[in-house]
Design a protein around this ligand. Sequence first.
Ligand code: H2U
Ligand code: ZN
Length: 357
Amino acid sequence: MDARDSMNRIQSTTSPHRRFNPLIREWVLVAPDRTQRPWEGQLENISSPAQVTFDPACYLCPGNVRAGGEKNPPYTGTFVFDNDFAALKPETQAWEVEEKGLLIARSEAGRCRVVCFSPRHDLTIARMAVVELRRVVDTWCDEFSELGSEPRIRSVQIFENRGAMMGCSNPHPHGQIWANEFLPNELAKELRSLGEYQQRHASTLLADYLELELEQKERLVLTNDHFVLLVPFWAVWPFETLLISRRAVTAMDKLTDEERTGLAEILRQTTIRYDNLFQTSFPYTMGFHQRPTDGDAHVEFHLHAHFYPPLLRSATVRKFMVGYEMLAMPQRDITPEAAAKLLRGVSDTHYLDQSKA
Ligand code: H2U
Ligand code: ZN
């Protein structure tokens, strides 16, 4: 069978198979028929979007007092502060324990930041204007550079938990940044794969992968001049997507002015598609993977973001990673190609704005 035939086979198959994730070198089991199974489990209660533009009880709204006693300024754009309940602290002293190679521990110093995307309590990325999202991108870029330039910081993890289902504590639009000394597991896995790929092929793994996806078009969701959103061939979560910069930049600090705006635009479109899919404020965890800030150039690295939404067949049925998935390997129910088609098929106007259009 030639490459084209085998690709056609995998894209139309309904038989169980495995797919390989070359970024982290792990397999995922794809069992396309399983969505037929009956569901008598828990039905999720999706938190409806906040209705008020200002909530006096919200610890992120402008002018309000936070749990730690500090008062937020009357901010009008983005607002960043040190997490009052930071998991990582800059003053942590260095220590190391190792006993017979079995009991191994190390101190971990770092900083945790909270980024408010907007003073408006009722907005989400999907409902913010591109100029406002551009300010969020600029804020992330500044934070990446500032935190990354601290001598002990080697990793700057920017992420957003959206929706109570994903453990988000507050509907006010915000994300977090955790910056620390040692490379977190996911970044370390990616760095190894990207590094070995770069050595062998003199290009980035994601640049070559993107080329394949742009050719095949099966898993594309959105494209603009600077970014591409797709359901990766090896996606684990039902509507997982991967956002890749067209130019192989190592991190946000290398983006041009137009690329930053391109990122703001595609973030808005991505979240609009998600919300429109099940006509709800779609929960997810998203975050960027960027080059380690250890001072090396890391030409092997290629800026990208992962979106991991837990919803499966409707707004009330979610995916759980249990049983076989915890003990053996992750498994998905619908094919990545089917998920991409569904996401491509929804409107590019947010459902809450459609009556106005
Ligand atoms: P999540 O909604 O993703 O959990 O992020 C909110 C973060 O805000 C959380 O990490 C912090 C929590 O520690 N926080 C403060 O820093 N100050 C507060 O007054 C409440 C919450
Ligand atoms: Zn608020």
